[in-house]
Design a protein around this ligand. Structure first.
Ligand SMILES: Cc1cc2nc3c(=O)[nH]c(=O)nc-3n(C[C@H](O)[C@H](O)[C@H](O)COP(=O)(O)OP(=O)(O)OC[C@H]3O[C@@H](n4cnc5c(N)ncnc54)[C@H](O)[C@@H]3O)c2cc1C
Length: 309
């Protein structure tokens, strides 16, 4: 049984940053990733708020640079391996994956978050047939179409602006009378002639045959329902932390975010969490990479001092 010093779960910004810091501390980290490195960033068309890139850059470019930096420090990646469950026995963590068990003295959970489903009729039925959670992946499929974007936060508004490159018209459905997105994004969206905002509105149902054809919108001020003809629906209505793999090991908040202290320590000694999966006040690349660095440095401290006691 090979027991590694450190395994990092997830190769998004938090996991890759943890990898760089851990490798520089000679911990020979292994990053296990269920897909390809990048996480949510790889699915983001443009990042303009990450320092040191004054002209912004695509999410894929940023991912490539982070991966390259990991490779320069010999961080080991294992892609397309899904960690299903983490257990701890006699100070050793066992990671159960779809490709066998892995063992480590310390683990950093950097599994990020996934878009939340609204749970409305038609959402699952039309997933991939007009319902999407990723503008960069599916935007070009909606050239000259009329689409709907659900949500009012940064992701919803930013991706709506991006989608106007392709579509003929776009409606943002937002349940309140004010967007939550940053002011700059709000202004861009409001000025965009292709964007129409449906205030105080909830998406109730998605209808169609093989593909999405119509949606039912409910106005929560007037209590009126109406049907709109639409070709596609992009969902940006919240997120769900990917924390189920440690649900029996750590304390979580009501949303399922892993609770950590300022050193990224969870309620289980030797288990750290970083990035969007934890109870962070800001879910962004810049905070994820900061968390990853802090987690790696404290994992090193744990191996050096606490574990030996
Ligand atoms: C549409 C959109 C636009 C955004 N725009 C911006 C922006 O402009 N600027 C900004 O700073 N931030 C932006 N963000 C937020 C930013 O992408 C996230 O805050 C950041 O990616 C979080 O990094 P992370 O490493 O914590 O998690 P993630 O990026 O979610 O990475 C987690 C990784 O873990 C992997 N994983 C999950 N579960 C498992 C498992 N069980 N086993 C193995 N691997 C697993 C996933 O495949 C993924 O690769 C945006 C997000 C979205 C969705």
């Amino acid at each position: 049984m090979k027991v590694r010093d450190l395994i990092i779960i997830g190769a998004g910004p938090a996991g890759m940053s943890a990898g760089i810091y851990a490798a520089r501390s000679a911990l020979s980290p292994l990053i296990i990733e269920s897909q390809m490195p990048g996480g949510q960033v790889a699915l983001t068309d443009f990042i303009e708020n990450y320092p040191a890139f004054p002209n912004g850059m695509s999410g894929q470019e940023l991912t490539k640079l982070m991966e390259e930096q990991c490779n320069n420090f010999n961080v080991e990646f294992m892609n397309f391996v899904q960690v299903d469950f983490v257990e701890k026995e006699n100070k050793i963590f066992k990671l159960k994956t779809n490709q066998g068990d892995f063992f480590a003295k310390t683990v950093i959970v950097a599994t990020g978050a996934s878009p939340a489903e609204l749970g409305i009729p038609g959402e699952r039925e039309f997933k991939g047939r007009g319902v999407s959670y990723c503008a960069t992946c599916d935007g070009p499929l909606f050239k000259d179409k009329d689409i709907l974007v659900v949500g009012g936060g940064d992701s919803a508004v930013q991706e709506a602006i991006y989608l106007t490159k392709f579509v003929s018209s776009l409606k943002i459905v937002h349940r309140r009378d004010k967007l939550r997105a940053r002011k700059m994004l709000q202004e861009k969206a409001i000025k965009n002639p292709k964007i129409d905002i449906l205030w105080n509105s909830n998406l109730l149902e998605i209808k169609g045959k093989d593909l999405v054809k119509r949606v039912v919108i409910y106005n929560n001020k007037t209590n009126q329902k109406r049907e709109i003809r639409i070709d596609g629906v992009f969902m940006y209505a919240g997120f769900k932390p990917n924390s189920s793999l440690v649900k029996n090991l750590v304390e979580m908040d009501k949303l399922g975010s892993i609770i950590t202290d300022h050193k990224m320590r969870t309620s289980t000694t030797g288990l750290f969490a970083a990035g969007d999966v934890r109870n962070t006040p800001l879910r962004q690349v810049v905070t994820a990479v900061s968390d990853g660095a802090i987690a790696a440095i404290n994992a090193e401290e744990y191996l050096e001092y606490e574990l030996k006691q």
